[in-house]
Design a binder for this molecule. Structure first.
Ligand SMILES: Cc1ncc(COP(=O)(O)O)c(C=O)c1O
Length: 403
């Protein structure tokens, strides 16, 4: 296994400039092969799919290649990969579909740790059907989502359990498998939000044991395409609202309107790129993904250790979230400064970080920080290097002291 971050960075045009990109949890940079795949799809001639001519067949090919690639990325099958504009839109679509069978007296379980996209669609649909909403709470001391509480939350009337595979602010990776197993044993479906987690390690939806897994390609070097992955046989039993004239096949029946075929070309290229992060990885694309994303996670976790040590040395800084299993995303405040001031100070030093709730709307309120601008979020990605972390810590040292 080799992980040559210098070689990897050289493939990203944006990383050639002076800006330090520590904002990947809101969308990563893209390598040349993704940019070229999308540009190339336009350059060669574009068309809608389903026609009798070669350009149209090529568009269909982009969609199929994207499904194949996403299936390899998450350990699913291509026939169960639903593609759409983004995760939020697809989650509303599935919420509407599933809620059709909910009745008053049923309940659903959401978690306070989740991004709002895996909370609000379910809560709003529950509200329309007289369905009770139950909340799994975060342990605010360490940012974990204790599994033990689910035993009291999930019962025979639970229709759905929605939970994140990783928090997009605290980085926490909950015990998803125990939660999905419990849900299934009591007759509930599980919907796992993998938008943050997919970029930061190996995903195996079989190991998660979930009914649905959602992800979004722009978080893992691809374009703006959302994906929901499920068992195609299970999807065949669902009846989403759709146009009478559009395909009733699976997964097409969940895909509304004309998609971005050119972006689909970028999705496949992004997965190919991720599979090559470890340049000694061999075998099928899935095998190379497992090796490469495993190596990338080790790299990120090493940088995370350095970053946390650097932050701990500054007495002004409070870090939120200390879960033992977590991604390399760090959320913190600096005493005496608003998160917005910190992010603006870092921006002046060409270090890109996010401030605010980042749609982790519930957990920031539970932590009591949302009204004060929440916190600063730093994301370490597979292309982050030691120099990036050093630049951040140097710039942070000066923020608020140099004026
Ligand atoms: C954990 C998590 N879930 C869901 C979403 C929403 O994804 P999308 O932008 O594809 O709708 C995001 C986006 O930031 C996210 O970080």
């Amino acid at each position: 296994m080799t992980y040559d971050v210098k070689r990897i960075r050289a493939q990203y045009p944006a990383l050639a400039g002076p800006t330090v990109y520590l904002d990947g949890a809101a969308g990563t940079q893209s390598p040349e092969e993704v940019i070229e795949a999308i540009a190339g799809a336009y350059r060669v001639g574009t068309s809608n799919g389903g026609g009798q001519f070669a350009t149209s067949a090529r568009a269909d090919g982009f969609a199929q290649a994207a499904r194949d690639a996403v299936a390899d990325l998450v350990g699913g099958v291509a026939g169960g990969v639903v593609l759409g504009p983004n995760m939020t839109t697809l989650t509303y679509r599935f919420a509407r579909t599933l809620a059709d069978s909910w009745t008053a007296g049923d309940n659903i379980v959401v978690s306070r740790l989740d991004h709002d996209a895996n909370i609000r669609p379910w809560v709003q649909l529950a509200g329309r059907s007289g369905v009770d909403v139950r909340w799994a709470e975060v342990d605010l001391a360490d940012g974990t989502l204790p599994f033990a509480q689910y035993d009291g939350l999930v019962d025979e009337r639970t229709r759905l359990v929605a939970v994140t595979a990783a928090s997009n602010v605290l980085g926490t990776r909950p015990d998803v498998r125990s939660i999905t197993d419990l849900a299934r044993s009591r007759g509930a479906l599980s919907y796992v939000d993998g938008v943050h987690s997919t970029a930061h390690g190996v995903t195996d939806i079989g190991a998660y044991g979930c009914d649905f897994y959602a992800t979004s390609a722009y978080k893992w070097v691809g374009p703006h395409v959302g994906c929901v992955i499920a068992d195609p046989l299970f999807l065949a039993g669902l009846r989403p609202e759709k146009l009478a004239s559009s395909s009733n096949e699976v997964p097409d029946r969940f895909e509304w309107g004309t998609p971005s075929y050119q972006n689909f070309a970028g999705v496949a290229a992004a997965v190919d790129h991720l599979a090559g992060l470890d340049d000694e990885a061999r075998g099928t694309r899935r095998e190379r993904l497992v090796a490469s994303l495993g190596a990338a996670e080790k790299h990120e976790q090493r940088l995370l250790g350095d970053l946390l040590a650097g932050l701990a040395a500054d007495e002004r800084i409070t870090v939120y979230g200390r879960a033992p299993h977590r991604t390399s995303t760090v959320y913190f405040t600096v005493a005496g400064l608003t998160p917005q001031q910190v992010a603006a100070g870092l921006a002046a030093a060409s270090v890109n970080v996010w401030d605010g709730h980042n749609y982790a709307y519930e957990v920031t309120a539970a932590l009591g920080i949302r009204d004060a601008g929440s916190a600063v979020r730093v994301s370490l990605d597979h292309y982050t290097d030691d120099a990036d972390v050093a630049r951040l810590l140097e710039a942070l040292e000066l923020v608020g002291r140099s004026a």
